[in-house]
Design a binder for this molecule. Structure first.
Ligand SMILES: Cc1cc2nc3c(=O)[nH]c(=O)nc-3n(C[C@H](O)[C@H](O)[C@H](O)COP(=O)(O)OP(=O)(O)OC[C@H]3O[C@@H](n4cnc5c(N)ncnc54)[C@H](O)[C@@H]3O)c2cc1C
Length: 379
């Protein structure tokens, strides 16, 4: 009898896992891809949406379009996961697998009632509404706030302020506008090393953006932010990142670890349950430097390829022989049609080895190309 592979979540990791498996196992296995949202968003484009460079309907496709070639897409919320039995329950129906890949990402929640005062640019709705306010902005104080760690895409808030600055300057409002970024982090993209972190900070500050690291939000009211150092800050327009937590459906299982996420073998992504894998943002992978691997699509992408290959090997009776080695790259939007590009090995010992290429138009267009490629290849 053919094997069944359950893939939980059709985000970056889940889509690539399902598509790679479909290429590699052919008709010898059935792939069931379970996703709760019909709207399948390409998250990097939210940054363009928040500054009016995209319309909402340009940055998502329907999750059902991922189906085909041995992939059955089930739309519905996973209510229960049993890693011992490799079963999941969706809308009361149980699905049983021989293998399971968990790629459910993070649960995004609002803290400090921020939704009453600002815009969550990690959602289509928040990014769209922020842009409406930005287009009508006449000058004042714009704040991008990171209220808590961790957050996915370590570059995103830095890209957001630089894209906003570019729009404000083009509108001729730079003399009437102050743009600031507050974050609890000691510096931008710290896991990538001091040199890269310093370079990103310099890029941000050279644009006249005020950067305030090590600022932990304690409360938010209409027009006023308060931090743990008792500093208070006024604002006129606020964009923020949501609090990220492990999806509740995992918290009820033995997969939930003391890190607050799922622990995996860092090379195979297998959990403590045999044939149950977890990839992407839902995992916590400690690095030698003492901090976890950042949450980013590029890691979910490479981890998905590793896991899909190894499951395909197992399905055909061969030995799994691929490992995820901590490689990752990312684009960094700078505004004015330019971007930077950083990449390297995050499993580097004793520290990750990550370098940045000279920023320019090429990297911005490479990011645009990747967006088009993503929709063309997977939907
Ligand atoms: C503004 C922004 C910009 C970004 N830019 C970049 C970038 O340039 N480069 C980069 O590498 N990364 C970027 N990222 C991060 C990247 O999007 C994530 O790291 C990546 O999507 C993680 O993949 P994943 O498969 O782990 O989770 P996700 O892609 O989040 O997928 C999880 C899926 O599981 C589904 N799900 C969750 N719970 C359930 C349930 N109970 N039942 C059914 N389905 C469920 C969700 O609906 C979702 O579709 C960005 C993120 C944001 C917000």
């Amino acid at each position: 009898m053919g094997k069944t592979i359950l893939v939980l979540g059709a985000g970056t990791g889940g889509i690539i896992t399902a598509k790679e498996l479909s290429k590699q196992v052919g008709s010898t296995a059935k792939i069931i891809l379970i996703e709760k949202e019909e709207k399948n968003i390409f998250a990097p484009s939210l940054l363009w949406l928040m500054v009016g460079k995209r319309k909402p309907n340009q940055i998502f496709r329907n999750s059902r379009k991922i189906s085909g070639a041995g992939i059955e897409v089930v739309i519905g919320e996973i209510e229960k996961i049993n890693p011992e039995q490799i079963t999941v329950t969706v809308k009361g129906q149980e699905y049983k697998g021989d293998y399971m890949v968990i790629s459910l990402g993070v649960e995004q929640v609002t803290e400090h009632n921020l939704n009453n005062y600002g815009y969550d640019f990690y959602t289509i709705d928040g990014a769209t509404k922020f842009n409406e306010q930005l287009q009508n902005f006449k000058g004042g104080k714009i704040v991008v706030l990171v209220p808590s760690l961790p957050f996915k895409c370590p570059a995103a808030p830095y890209e957001a302020v630089m894209l906003i600055e570019s729009i404000i300057r083009k509108k001729g409002l730079n003399n009437k506008t102050e743009i600031s970024l507050y974050s609890p982090e000691p510096g931008p993209m710290g896991v990538a090393g001091k040199e890269l972190s310093g370079a990103v900070r310099q890029m941000v500050e050279m644009k006249g953006i005020k950067y305030y690291p090590e600022h932990q939000t304690t409360s938010v009211t209409d027009k006023l932010l308060t931090f743990s150092n008792e500093k208070t800050v006024e604002y006129n327009l606020l964009a923020y990142t949501p609090k990220h937590q492990c999806p509740s459906v995992i918290k009820e299982t033995a997969l939930f670890s003391k890190s607050g996420w799922i622990e995996v073998n860092r090379n195979t992504l297998e959990t403590k349950f045999s044939n149950v894998y977890a990839i992407g943002d839902i995992t916590s992978i400690p690095l030698e430097m003492g901090r976890p691997l950042p949450k980013a699509g590029v890691f979910a992408h490479y981890q998905a390829k590793t896991v899909a290959h190894n499951i395909a090997q197992k399905v055909s009776g061969m030995i799994p022989d691929k490992t995820f080695n901590g490689e990752g790259q990312c684009f960094l939007e700078l505004g004015d049609g330019k971007a930077g590009y950083a990449g390297g090995n995050f499993y580097g010992s004793p520290l990750p080895i990550v370098k940045m290429k000279k920023p320019g138009y090429l990297w911005h267009w490479s990011k645009v190309w990747f967006e088009k490629y993503w929709f063309f290849k997977y939907f």
